[in-house]
Design a protein around this ligand. Structure first.
Ligand code: FMN
Length: 190
């Protein structure tokens, strides 16, 4: 186990919103999803289900929903964002709802999904692929679920565009640990 390599990986993992046309092979996606599915999750229920989307029309329809969510014309929700129809792959991270609905159930389900999402983002980055996490899909499930033939009782948590980065980004900028950490009680300097 190499902590230095992990530190470097975490520091250079970025939100990538523009991709080349180069395809992303299925076997690489499968490998990344294997890392995703190693994530911790409540009661080891593993409620996740991943949908790998390459179909241009589906990508475009999902992009339209995303644009409505952000109230911006398609492709403009971030200044450097590429039209999703042109992104090689979208990965929809879905789940069953094994802990029920309501706040406690939702928290357990989301808490079981986002570790897998983070594993996915890091594994993709380790493979040289770019990704960007988008959420809020649960608020638009009635629109996105039919596009994916998602059975009733399943949720859509995230859609992650994935491809080879069109630009090279440097390290991410994050607050120093000392600024976001206390010793024993809130406010005591670390
Ligand atoms: C909960 C969540 C929702 C996000 N939603 C979007 C989104 O809708 N569109 C987008 O382009 N990026 C989205 N992002 C990516 C963030 O903008 C990005 O992680 C943050 O700005 C840091 O960027 P960096 O890692 O390149 O420094 C989201 C990230 C998270 C964690």
């Amino acid at each position: 186990m190499d902590l230095e390599a992990l530190e470097q990986l975490a520091a250079t993992q970025r939100a990538v919103r523009a991709f080349t046309d180069q395809p992303v092979p299925d076997d690489l996606i499968a490998r990344i999803l294997r890392v995703a599915t190693r994530a911790p999750n409540a009661r080891n229920v593993q409620p996740w289900h991943f949908i790998v989307i390459r179909d241009r029309e589906t990508k475009r329809a999902i992009a339209d929903i995303q644009s409505d969510m952000t109230n911006q014309p398609r492709g403009q929700s971030s200044p450097d964002r590429q039209n999703w129809a042109d992104v090689p792959v979208l990965i929809a991270v879905c789940s069953t709802l094994p802990f029920g609905e309501g706040r406690a159930g939702d928290a357990a389900t989301a808490g079981s999904i986002y570790p897998a999402v983070q594993n996915l983002l890091l594994a993709a980055h380790a493979a040289g692929l770019g990704t960007v996490l988008t959420t809020r899909w649960r608020l638009n499930e009635e629109k996105v679920a039919p596009l994916l033939n998602l059975p009733a009782g399943m949720a859509v948590h995230a859609v992650i565009p994935m491809g080879w980065p069109a630009v090279k980004l440097g390290k991410n900028r994050r607050k120093p640990v000392a600024e976001v950490t206390s010793r024993e009680k809130f406010g005591n300097a670390w």
